[in-house]
Design a protein around this ligand. Structure first.
Ligand SMILES: C[S@@+](CC[C@H](N)C(=O)[O-])C[C@H]1O[C@@H](n2cnc3c(N)ncnc32)[C@H](O)[C@@H]1O
Length: 362
């Protein structure tokens, strides 16, 4: 039992390192492995298993972690491992590229590990290793046009939701608006959604998303291939879909069972367009030319939208428009909150800040 606990604590440290959590947070998780102090074996784990073996490819992050580790061990008046000093010296001699990375908007790769607790061992979405590790290329800069290349808390929440309730998504046709880095789509593919249609209005975001699908070994169909008549059977599609210009006839092609959106409720000027897109996607069966009704959907379509409410007025403006556009919205946060934390090591992710809504046609 005690060995199992220690193993899971070390797994949290490694997962936090790979997800590039703040170094303070990684060190505090490391302390938990040894009852509070940064013992030799904890230092060795950070040096050997995290920095040396699992290096995330971001040398300046590893350097910051080593610096923090050395500072804290010295403050404790304990011995810093020679190997830790040597590794830090190696990183010191390489010029720091961190500032350049942020300035030039160069992307880094974070590895998001969803850790399935023992109780979920037989769960349909639980891999045999009990962890699903998703590499994601993203930006260090959340703003300045790189919004869609960052990982936002609502997509972490929606991903936990998808993995916790696979039965809602398996064999369903799913359509995401504002997909960003593509994390939710990767989780949808993992639970075997029938179709995964990922969309974004920003072209740079879309190309970053495609790269992430490739890194996760997912074949996707993009619009260019479609024009050449290839890749028809691919389950994942990536589509450039700015809400402002998406036409009703374009949207009526998809008829998804489920629409998803993470952190897309923040810019009031986009709300009428976003809601028009939702209305078109959630619309019930329409008549075919021969007068019969389309019956492809098993049940009425629903949208699951996760959001951090940063400004109450902005959110109320969204609710008013939802009502005017004949949609109904329900807060499902308490009812459908993922029952297990699949990202227990990720202290930077405040799960309680995210609300989950369902939106459907009235
Ligand atoms: C805050 S980010 C959230 C990204 C991702 N869903 C997540 O939670 O990590 C908002 C996303 O919506 C996309 N977006 C914003 N306005 C849009 C619009 N008018 N049309 C289409 N996509 C838009 C952005 O490009 C970005 O990817």
């Amino acid at each position: 039992m005690a060995a199992g606990k220690a193993e899971s604590q070390y797994l949290h440290v490694l997962s936090a390192f790979l997800a590039m959590e703040p170094v303070d947070s990684v060190i505090s998780l490391a302390r938990e492995c040894s009852g509070g102090s940064l013992t030799e074996s904890v230092q060795r784990f950070l040096w050997e298993t995290c920095v040396k073996a699992a290096a995330s490819g971001n040398a300046s992050y590893a350097k910051r972690l080593l610096k923090k580790l050395i500072n804290e061990v010295e403050l404790e008046k304990s011995e810093v491992l020679d190997e830790v000093y040597e590794e830090y010296a190696l990183h010191m001699s390489a010029a720091s590229k961190e500032d350049t990375l942020v300035k030039e908007n160069i992307r880094i790769t974070k590895f998001i590990s969803f850790l399935f607790p023992e109780g979920l061992y037989k769960h349909p979405s639980c891999p045999s290793s009990r962890k699903l590790v998703v590499p994601l290329q993203c930006s260090l800069n959340m703003l300045e046009g790189d919004t869609g290349c960052s990982i936002w808390p609502s997509s972490l929440f929606l991903s936990e939701f998808v993995l916790s309730y696979p039965e809602l998504f398996t064999d369903r046709s799913c359509f995401e608006v504002g997909s960003g880095v593509g994390l939710v789509g990767i989780c949808l593919a993992h639970v075997k959604a029938k179709k995964v249609i990922l969309t974004d209005g920003d072209l740079l975001t879309l190309s970053n998303m495609k790269l992430n699908l490739e890194r996760n070994h997912l074949n996707y169909e993009d619009e260019l291939l479609k024009q050449h008549g290839e890749a028809e059977s691919t389950r994942v599609k990536c589509i450039h879909l700015p809400w402002e210009t998406a036409t009703d006839s374009e949207l009526s092609e998809y008829r998804p069972d489920i629409v998803l959106g993470a952190d897309v409720i923040y810019d009031p000027s986009c709300f009428p367009h976003l809601l028009r897109v939702l209305v078109a996607l959630l619309r019930g069966p329409t008549k075919r030319d021969n007068g019969s009704l389309e019956t492809e959907r098993r049940s009425p379509a629903v949208a699951y939208v996760a959001s951090v409410i940063r400004n109450a007025d902005t959110f109320n403006a969204f609710l008013t428009l939802v009502d005017q556009m004949d949609l109904s919205i329900t807060d499902l946060t308490e009812e459908l909150k993922p029952p297990y934390e699949l990202l227990p090591y990720m202290h930077s992710y405040d799960r309680s800040s995210v609300r989950l809504f369902s939106i459907s046609s009235r």
